[in-house]
Design a protein. Sequence first.
Length: 406
Amino acid sequence: MQSAPYAKDAIIPGTELAFQRVLGEGGQGVVYLVKDTFLGAERVMKLMHPQPGVDVEEAKRTLQQEARAMAQLKSLHIVEVLYGSVTAEKPPRPYFTMPLLEGYTLSTLLKRERQLAIGHALLVAIEVLEGLSVAHSHPTHPLVHRDVKPSNIFLHRLQPGEWVTKILDFGVARDATQAPSMHSQMHFTGTCEYAAPEQAGGAVTFSADLYAVSAVLFQMLTGNLVFKGFSVWDTLKMHRSTPAPRVSTFVPVPPDLDDLVASGLEKDPKDRPRSAAEYARKLKAIRDRLRTTVDPQEQAHTDCMPLDRMLYAKGRKGEDVIAILAEEERPAQSTLFSARPAAGEPAAPSSAPDTKPIPAKAVPELPPSLAHADTQFAPPSMIPSAEMMRRPAPPSIDRVGVTRTH
C-alpha cells in the first residue's frame, strides 16, 4: 500500500474533504478515509490513481462509469454514492464518496468462520439477490455486475444484532442495453473462482450474476470453492466443462436447497433461475420453512452470530483494525497463459479441499467503523477469451509471473 499522499487532515485540492488515511489501492484507483469538513462526518473516497502502465483516460472512464451506475441504483443492499466530482489537482482526478460503513466483507468473515449456518448463509444470499434484482431491472440502465464475490459483499452493522448486506464495486458492471464490445468478447473480466462459464468470451447476461451468487452460497455453506485449478485458465475450464459438485457432497442440507444451488451452477444460463427476484423468493421460502423447525432462541442466536462475535473479538484497537483486515483480503491471482507449477512449488488445491475446520484467527478488539475495510480494489482481470484457451502458450512466455487482479 502506498505511503500517505497528504498530511493527516490536509484538504484534498478542489474538495471539502480532509484526508485521514489510505484504506486500499489498485491499478486504477485508491480508497481514502476522509472527513467532510462541512458536515464533520467521515466518508470513504474512491479516487482515480492509475499506476504506471495504466491508461489514464480508461481509468477515468471506469471510475466515472462505476459512480454513475451506483448512483442510479436505489437499494438498501447496494452501497450508496453520496457525491462525485473532480479534484483541482494537476492533472485533475475524478472521485466519488460513499458512507462509512461499520462491519467487514463476507470474505473476511469466511476467513475466520469458513462456513456459516444455513439460515445465515441464506440471508446473505437473499439480500445480495435483492440488490442485484434492482440493478438488473433498472428501467433505463439495467446492469450486469460481473464480479459478485465475497470481497464485494459487505456486512454492515446497523446496531447490535441487526445487519444488512450491501453489494460493493460496480467497476466492471456492464449496461445490459448496450451491445458487448469486441474487446469484451475477446477477454475475460471478473474473478475466475466465481465466474459463469459464458464470462470467458461469451454473451454475458444477468444470469452470470446468478451463477456467481450460487458459487458464493456454495462457499458459505460448505467452506469450499466450487472449483479451484492450478491457474486462472484451469479454473475457467472447470467452470465451462466440469459438473459442479453438490452442496450435499460436503454438508447435509435440505434436498430442495441442494437442487436450487445446483440449478444456479448450471452451465447453460437457460437452466438457471430465471431472475434474481425469483431466486431470492425460492431461497426465502426455504429459509422461512427452516426457521419454523428451530427453537426461536436458538434461531435468534444463529441470526446474530458469528457477525457480532467477530466484530467484538479481542485484539488491538484503532486504525490498525483497518490495516489488518485489508492485508487479509488478497485479490485473486491470474496469469496471461496457463501456468504449470514449477519444480518445488506446491500443487494447487483441488476443487474439493479438506473440510476440517480452520482455527479462528485473532482479530482486533472493539473495532470502530470499518469503511469497506478490506476492499483492496484492483483493475479487473482482462485475459484472452475462451476461444484462445485452446491455443498453447508460446515457449518463451509459457511461464509468466502472476499479476494482481480482482
